[in-house]
Design a protein around this ligand. Structure first.
Ligand code: NDP
Length: 276
């Protein structure tokens, strides 16, 4: 019998750790699977997804730049995917349709609260960016108990749209990127911009760092280097990259597909050793 087929779609995708992560999770349960990375340009994405599922694919992870398109392709949508408007996981339904899920926010909060043992309640949070990933984590940070969420994006309209969609002005509001030096300090600073992966360094003032500041970059590896170096130079108490979030979101997808929750910590440590 052929092993069940899974894939990650992106463009580019050669850098993706998802195949290695899913194979490592599958080994924990003795599950045989065929997990591939599929590079699909935006114009080819819908056809590539239909081909994959038409050929028997069971589930797919979706990454940049296809998350909104993945949401649009699906017939059913989880609550999280609906409020974010994009999907990072597609699952084939029994009737042949597709279900869209968004696990980014759960993954971030689980990494912070379980791996790094952080209690987010009462934190003042600054969210840098208002793209797909920022939308993916914003509601979950509020649900996890942050006191306020200040959203700052280079293009202010996207930040305003996100704050409007959240619809809780007492807790979630926007400020201008140009005013970063004047907006005070925060307990939690989440970099959800793609500046790092694009090779750009953010020019951030040290004044953002509060006394108990925790800085978190959703990107990982070299892409997170500049933000984490800034956080350390500014005296942040903790500075984490998004590798743990990636593992937790992958575990959510694995559980959706296989009905079993993998141990993420052993794979996290393995990837950390490899990166070192
Ligand atoms: P999007 O393309 O949807 O959004 C990009 C965001 O970055 C926008 O807010 C954009 O601002 C901002 N931005 C880009 N360049 C700059 C710059 N030079 N200065 C200031 N702001 C900038 O990307 P995503 O939201 O999907 O992804 C963002 C990051 O999160 C990526 O690095 C991705 O790898 C990471 N990620 C990590 C995950 C994990 O599991 N660890 C999961 C999902 C994402 P503007 O609107 O002005 O263009």
């Amino acid at each position: 019998m052929q092993p069940a087929q899974f894939a990650v779609f992106g463009h580019p995708i050669s850098h993706s750790l998802s195949p290695q992560i899913h194979r490592a999770f599958a080994q924990q349960f003795g599950i045989e699977l065929d997990y591939r990375a599929i590079d699909a340009a935006p114009d080819d994405f819908a056809a590539a997804v239909h081909r994959f599922f038409g050929d028997g694919g069971r589930g797919a992870n979706v990454t940049l730049p296809h998350k909104a398109a993945a949401f649009a392709l699906a017939n059913r949508h989880s609550e999280a995917a609906t409020r974010v408007g994009s999907a990072n996981v597609l699952t084939r339904l029994a009737d042949g349709g597709l279900a869209a899920h968004n696990t980014d926010g759960d993954g971030l909060v689980r990494d912070l609260t379980e791996r790094h043992d952080v209690d987010l309640r009462g934190h003042t949070a600054l969210l840098l960016g208002a793209g797909g990933a920022a939308r993916g984590v914003a509601w979950n940070l509020l649900d996890a108990g942050v006191d306020t969420l200040t959203i700052v994006n280079r293009s202010p309209n996207a930040a305003d749209e996100l704050a409007d969609a959240i619809g809780d002005p007492a807790r979630a509001h926007t400020r201008y990127w140009e005013d970063l030096a004047d907006i005070g300090s925060y307990d939690l600073i989440v970099n959800a911009t793609s500046a790092g992966v694009l090779g750009a360094a953010l020019q951030l003032p040290f004044s953002l760092i509060g006394a108990r500041a925790l800085c978190y970059d959703l990107s990982y590896g070299a892409a997170a280097g500049s933000f984490l170096a800034w956080a350390q130079a500014a005296g942040a108490r903790y500075a984490f990259d998004g590798l743990g979030m990636l593992l937790e979101t992958a575990a959510d997808a694995f559980e959706l597909w296989h009905g079993q929750r993998p141990d993420t910590e052993s794979v996290y440590q393995l990837l950390r050793r490899q990166a070192a």
